[in-house]
Design a protein around this ligand. Structure first.
Ligand code: AGP
Length: 613
């Protein structure tokens, strides 16, 4: 989710790189760097000062300029290794002749790096990316050119990449390759551009070629050659972009929220990536808790706010079932002001996409002072919480711009469920076969969630049908209960409508009194252990005249018949069902808010990160 810019043939390569990085800033980043390349060498500068890094590059970058016409640049959003100058891209090899930028994750970097170190390579960063330059260096030392070297190296690498690489041996050549992480090439006739995102190069050209997975491209000032990784030639498809820069930053989506809803399959896949080894063992290397420590845990306490709290609630069902540990889930602002009973066998998990929410941060500090082990699920590497905790479980959802959390929530659920399976593994509460079944189910979720997203038009029709309603009740049971809470939060947050979430079983204990014609009840009734009971609750609200919208699995005619409207979702095991049921509720909230003409990305009164109490 970092940003890449590259150019060859520009009159002022330095300016192209800096402007490109500025155009990519909207994605969020923690450090930035550029490298200018000519036959005399590589001039590189990197700065790690959060979202000021590109501006700070400008002044020192002047000193690098000797009229170079080519180079590469990068805005980094840390995944491996903290945000720092040494970890910022571009990275160079030992000789300093090869320079590279990379988006994505190298799953087998530890193994590759160990081999390279043994063969005498010196690493100057803690990133997974650096293995690329050293592997290319080895290939070039054996006489291969840059393209063949990269081709050979990519065969050894497991994971995802969008990368640009240059060498002083052929300084007009910029080589790019892609697997999963997007890359586009821009052509102007005089210069050729490379970027991870169209806005970075829109100022220079509107003629764009999108690189597909497993393709490698050779960019020269007035030519582009594209081949598959196996060397088969590809005829580039040129398209002319009509969008303005703002539209392009949203990747053709109307707003960041719909873009981020669409990115959820990738967020799930990236959060799973590299965390299950060949033997089916869950590997959470930054957790920093030994198997022995995991076995000693007697109780788990999750603290979080808002949507992150809902992700924690989903995890409670999974952790208790799989790891047979008692799990409490607390709103952080309550936890910090009560007197929670914690001891050195307690595991306290802070869940926060930003890693900066002040209530969660303070709650974790309090937990740490009582001797509990503290870990954090964060989407931001080296956030305050990540720095202070004993261990970290990063989600890899990429920066989330919309105030309403979407892709980070599903990524949090996945990260917590991986932790649940790890606990079950070391504590022996699931057999290896049972763990393997859950792992396979988790691995299927990116496709299932992608399928759920395709129902958007149907969800829009249902939202339009209840456009006049003022009161919404979201009901769910079991893992469907936090899903209902999240659906209600999403709706109130972006549409400003009254929405409440309840466990279905609580209906008779109060809320039923306010149900009357005009109320809309959204019930999460996808198949699960309590579906029948959920449908009895539905009958109760129907009898009082509510309009009922049911979230049901495809083909469940019996359940569907009980709703006035249906949001169909693909089926999934009950403990993973929130990942796809939440999608329908995000889209429902989205369309109601858009129908009311509201800005879904910047809801009134709310901030993306809440750093005040
Ligand atoms: C959700 O849509 C909200 N914007 C909000 O509830 C958010 O989840 C909460 O503020 C917690 O933020 P965090 O995950 O960054 O700690």
């Amino acid at each position: 989710m970092c940003g890449i810019i590259g150019v060859t043939g520009a009159d002022d390569a330095r300016e192209v790189l800096l402007e490109g990085l500025e155009r990519l800033e909207y994605r969020g980043y923690d450090s930035a760097g550029i490298a200018l390349v000519d036959a005399d060498g590589i001039s590189r500068i990197r700065i790690a000062d959060g979202t000021h890094s590109v501006a700070l590059l400008r002044e020192p970058a002047r000193a690098l300029d000797r009229g170079q016409r080519a180079g590469i640049g990068h805005n980094r959003w840390a995944t491996h290794g903290q945000p720092s100058e040494r970890n910022a891209h571009p990275h160079v090899d030992c000789s300093g002749d090869i320079v590279l930028v990379h988006n994505g994750i190298v799953e087998n970097y530890a193994e590759l790096a160990a081999g390279l170190r043994q063969r005498g390579h010196e690493f100057r960063s803690d990133t997974d990316t650096e293995v690329f330059v050293h592997l290319i260096e080895e290939q070039m030392q054996q006489g291969s050119d840059l393209v063949s070297s990269l081709r050979n190296v990519l065969q050894k690498v497991r994971g995802t990449f969008g990368l640009g690489v240059m060498s002083i041996k052929d300084p007009e050549l910029l080589v790019a390759a892609r697997r999963v992480s997007p890359l586009v090439i821009g052509v102007s006739g005089e210069a050729t551009y490379l970027a991870s995102d169209i806005p970075a190069i829109l100022e220079h050209t509107r003629e764009i070629i999108a690189l597909d997975d497993d393709q490698i491209a050779q960019l020269r000032p007035n030519s582009v050659v594209i081949e598959t990784l196996e060397g088969e030639p590809i005829t580039p498809r040129l398209r002319t972009i009509a969008w303005d820069v703002e539209a392009a930053q949203k990747g053709g989506f109307e707003d960041f929220m719909s873009k981020e809803i669409d990115e959820q399959p990738t967020a799930i896949a990236d959060t799973l990536r590299g965390r299950i080894d060949g033997d089916g063992r869950i590997v959470l290397d930054q957790l920093d808790l030994s198997d022995e420590e995991l076995r000693k845990i007697t109780h788990v306490s999750v603290v979080a706010c808002g949507s992150s709290f809902h992700a924690g609630l989903v995890a409670k069902y999974a952790l208790e079932h799989w790891a047979r540990l008692p799990v409490e889930v607390d709103i952080a602002s309550e936890f910090r002001y009560r007197d929670p009973v914690l001891h050195d066998t307690s595991l306290v998990i802070g869940v926060s996409q930003s890693g900066e929410t002040v209530d969660t941060l303070q709650a974790l500090r309090q937990a740490a002072s009582s001797g509990a082990k503290v870990i954090v699920v964060s989407n931001v590497v080296d956030s305050s919480m990540a720095r202070e905790a004993d261990g970290v479980l990063y989600t890899h959802a990429g920066p989330e711009i919309g105030v309403a959390a979407t892709k980070t929530v599903v990524a949090q659920i996945v990260a917590l469920e991986l932790l649940g399976l790890r606990l079950a593994q070391v504590r022996g509460t699931l057999t290896p076969e049972e763990v393997a079944t859950q792992v396979a189910a988790l691995r299927a979720m990116p496709d299932i969630v992608a399928d759920a997203i395709t129902r958007n038009d149907d969800v829009q029709k249902v939202a339009e049908a209840v456009n006049d309603a003022k009161d919404f009740f979201f009901l769910g049971r079991h893992a469907g209960y936090p899903t209902a809470l999240e659906g209600a939060l999403k709706l109130k947050e972006i549409s400003y409508l009254h929405a409440e979430g309840y466990p279905g079983g609580e209906l008779k204990h109060g809320p039923l009194a306010v149900i009357e014609p005009g109320c809309v009840v959204v019930a999460v009734a996808s198949s699960g252990p309590l579906q029948e009971k959920m449908l009895s609750n539905v009958a109760e609200v129907k009898a009082r005249g509510a309009t009922v919208i049911l979230v049901v699995d495809d083909g469940d005619e019996e359940a569907s018949a009980q709703g006035d409207f249906v949001l169909s979702v693909p089926p999934a095991p009950a403990l993973l069902a929130p990942l796809k049921d939440i999608v329908a509720l995000q889209q429902f909230a989205y369309h109601l808010a858009r129908g009311r003409g509201l800005d879904v990305d910047r809801p009134r009164n709310l901030a993306k990160t809440v750093t005040v109490e």
